[in-house]
Design a protein around this ligand. Structure first.
Ligand SMILES: Nc1ncnc2c1ncn2[C@@H]1O[C@H](COP(=O)(O)OP(=O)(O)OP(=O)(O)O)[C@@H](O)[C@H]1O
Ligand SMILES: Nc1ncnc2c1ncn2[C@@H]1O[C@H](COP(=O)(O)OP(=O)(O)OP(=O)(O)O)[C@@H](O)[C@H]1O
Ligand SMILES: [Mg+2]
Ligand SMILES: [Mg+2]
Lengths: 262, 262
């Protein structure tokens, strides 16, 4: 049974890409077959895994825009690349994805394009992770329409807390109209800095609003996580003993446990 | 002569809103008449200044969607609110702005809507700041089409550095097709943490790529900046002695000096 998770939050800079890449690496490390789909035109997940977003072709853009009906259209498996991590594959993004939201306005099935594409490769993977851009537009809607669950990174600060209401409402709308199986897999507290009171206050607030929905694992603020992408490496190979690496390892184990309990 | 600055960068969480609100407060503190336009559907600038984005009406959304041709349409001055800071006014945002990108696809003059709206209030202000969402879509295009210059916050980390190329290309395109006077006012280094080597490496890299375009003022990482919005206050009233406050005060002075030199 393949599990598909979107990693999303319209608030910018909360750790979506860092979570998608690091969690993907540790799930592969635990012998899961993992596919990471980069649905962000910034293509940060693509470059964090060592690929050049300006030259990679085809990318997820080609699959979304062509759709399955055009002759000679690319399938999702045409885009799949192996990464330096055994068991972690990538569907890369590219800058032209930025135009997809407007280009797809007149298209049929525009919210279901990614779900249809993913269904052609589903059996090859245990887990599929989808990195989302910082918006609630069509790319994020495609991601949560394709997914079984959404993992919501929440930076331990005030402004990221504020936007959760709009995100939950969008998730509810997608569940009603496009994807009845969509659930909130969990909220993941990120960039936790024990030296500030604010961080603990935010964690307590989120736990109060979303009882039973917050991952036990908390990701600390750890500079090694922000250094790894500049080497095109995940934290698993860049600094496996760092606090950031150990936290994402714990998160992978917690997610696997949750899946087994289902 | 009114100066209009867009504060933009499609990378999420780099300090766009914090800069718009803090810089706006210190420019007003220096006796400038300042208008802050919130062009982000997250409406973080609106809430950082103590307004409720769910009840504020009309908002910038109504001005953009109605345009000037509809009877009974709202003008920009219908939306202007005074804030708790003397000399700082706000045009608030609201969540329905998220739909504007798609709603404006068939509209005429869709990139010029904000420029046309701002031209009706120009004479009342010395400086107009526009807070942008984390994307290069129609809302950001409207902002840079209305502006004389763009201030680009760059977080002192690797991933934010990566996206600068795409942003510069978009600015060049807008200058060619929509707004010939658009220039890069400056790149502002934010969340500088002297304890990490990465921060200084990023600053050096940005200075090398963009000589003469990087503000001398560097904004340090300072938790007081992230606490202020939870009280609906700017750093000017929340903690004027903090390192974050002093840095934004210096930035306001540097910007005023640059304007006088023009
Ligand atoms: N736990 C952490 N500790 C320290 N730095 C982190 C951590 N997680 C992420 N970062 C850094 O913070 C910045 C923002 O993280 P990231 O890019 O993963 O967020 P995002 O939500 O994907 O952003 P966007 O909204 O632009 O897609 C990056 O420079 C990243 O390297
Ligand atoms: N210099 C700073 N030191 C510490 N925290 C900061 C600093 N500047 C901003 N922050 C905090 O970092 C987070 C991101 O900042 P902010 O929301 O201003 O970025 P943004 O670029 O506007 O994000 P978005 O892309 O979502 O619009 C916020 O929680 C903010 O309070
Ligand atoms: Mg990202
Ligand atoms: Mg913002």
């Amino acid at each position: 049974m393949t599990h598909i998770y979107a990693i999303g939050n319209q608030k910018g800079g909360v750790g979506k890409t860092t979570t998608a890449v690091s969690l993907g690496a540790y799930l592969a490390h635990r012998q899961k077959q993992v596919l990471l789909v980069d649905m962000d035109p910034q293509a940060n997940a693509t470059s964090s895994l060592g690929f050049d977003k300006y030259t990679v072709y085809p990318s997820v853009y080609n699959v979304l825009i062509d759709g399955s009906e055009k002759a000679g259209a690319f399938s999702l498996s045409d885009c799949i690349r192996h990464t330096s991590i055994q068991g972690l594959d990538l569907v890369p993004s590219a800058p032209e994805l930025a135009g997809a939201e407007v280009e797809l306005v007149p298209a049929s099935e525009r919210e279901n394009r990614l779900r249809q594409a993913i269904s052609t490769v589903l059996m090859q993977y245990d887990i599929i992770l989808i990195d989302c851009p910082p918006s609630l537009g069509l790319l994020t809607v495609n991601a949560v329409t394709a997914a079984d669950g959404i993992i919501i990174p929440v930076q331990c600060e005030y402004l990221p807390l504020e936007g959760l209401g709009a995100l939950i409402r969008t998730i509810d709308l997608v569940r009603e109209r496009l994807n009845p199986r969509l659930e909130i897999t969990g909220l993941l507290m990120t960039m936790y800095d024990p030296r500030t009171n604010l961080a603990q206050q935010v964690v307590d607030e989120v736990r109060r609003h979303f009882p039973d929905k917050v991952f036990r694992t908390i990701i600390p603020r750890n500079v090694r996580l922000s250094e790894a992408p500049s080497f095109g490496q995940t934290i698993l190979t860049y600094d496996p003993q760092s606090r950031g690496a150990l936290a994402y390892q714990m998160l992978a184990d917690e997610l696997i446990q949750r899946e087994q309990a289902l």
